[in-house]
Design a binder for this molecule. Structure first.
Ligand code: C2E
Ligand code: MG
Ligand code: MG
Ligand code: MG
Length: 288
């Protein structure tokens, strides 16, 4: 442990904490000089209808290949971009590209896009994002915006206004990472939500832990009552999928169906899915 004197207070840092603070600084500095056009990429993960097992939408997930740091996780660089005030231009650059990719998809496949607290709570507002959507030519009814509870608590009134503006256009709103952070059921009834995305921490042990099972059960019940679709993230096994279907989850996302893939791979993925569903259909028909 290293002792530091900060404004008269003695603070004890662990070596690990110092390393983390240093690496945060390194990420922030590299991000300041990053070329968003060449260093950032989007990958897409299917969100699948639990009953038909057909892809309903793809969630766009950011990837950063830094020339200095190599691959950096969005869990690290998104918060860094928020800290140094770069998240809004970053979101805008990503949304332009996500929409360009989604434009090439079949008309019934939606795009799900993550927004940060600063995107929905900043005084500059949601207008730049609305302009990007309008310019893209992708119908807003094909879009879902994912917002975390932490993001809306940042400035609830402004978040409400941004969300209302997106809803008025025809976009859907999903509450992301539900059940983590500063969860409050008040968000569920004070926001015009279309989907709730249940955090993957509840899914991991759904078949071994009766408590996780009960939590998902009560969440699907709540969603049903409120006419909100229930999406469960992080589904990795058939056994988890089967339990979630029995519990009434509407949509499933996770490695069981697919890991996030490049935009170029989507066409082939959807073709394969269609073949798989068709084969299953003919097989079931023969059994009957
Ligand atoms: P998220 O929005 O909750 O996205 C789901 C995360 O779970 C993704 O991690 C995804 O790759 C991962 N995941 C999906 N299925 C499984 C599974 O079966 N097992 C496991 N272990 N993980 C699974 P990723 O891509 O690393 O993104 C992490 C977080 O970073 C996202 O969580 C989101 O909060 C944030 N993020 C990513 N892209 C963007 C973006 O473009 N804008 C903003 N504001 N945030 C983003
Ligand atoms: Mg998300
Ligand atoms: Mg999530
Ligand atoms: Mg339901």
């Amino acid at each position: 442990h290293a002792k530091r004197h900060l404004r008269g207070r003695t603070v004890i840092f662990s070596i690990e904490l110092e390393a983390e603070i240093r690496s945060r600084g390194v990420i922030e500095n590299s991000l300041r000089t990053a070329d968003f056009e060449t260093e950032l990429e989007l990958v897409f993960q299917p969100i699948v209808d639990a009953m038909s097992e057909r892809t309903a939408s793809f969630e766009a997930l950011a990837r950063w290949q830094s020339p200095r740091l190599g691959w950096v996780s969005p869990a690290d660089f998104i918060p860094a971009a928020e800290r140094i005030g770069l998240i809004r231009p970053l979101t805008q650059a990503l949304l332009v590209r996500a929409l360009a990719t989604a434009k090439t998809w079949p008309d019934d496949i939606r795009l799900s896009f993550n927004l940060s607290a600063h995107d929905v709570c900043s005084p500059e507002g949601i207008l730049p994002l609305i302009a990007i959507i309008e310019k893209s030519g992708v119908p807003p009814r094909r879009l879902d915006f994912e917002i975390t509870e932490t993001a809306v608590t940042f400035d609830f009134v402004r978040a409400q206004q941004s969300i209302a503006a997106l809803k008025t256009m025809g976009c859907g709103i999903s509450l992301d990472d539900f059940g983590t952070g500063y969860s409050s059921l008040s968000h569920v009834h004070r926001l015009p939500l279309d989907k709730i995305k249940v955090d993957r921490s509840f899914v991991a042990d759904i078949n071994d832990n009766p408590v996780s099972h009960k939590i998902i059960k009560s969440l699907t019940g709540l969603c049903d009552d409120m006419e909100i679709a229930c999406v469960v993230e992080g589904v990795e096994t058939r056994a988890q999928l089967d339990s979630l279907r029995r519990l009434g989850c509407d949509f499933i996302q996770g490695y069981y169906f697919a890991k996030p893939m490049s935009g170029d791979a989507i066409d082939k993925y959807l073709t394969k899915e269609q073949q798989r569903l068709h084969a299953a259909g003919t097989r079931d028909a023969k059994v009957v």
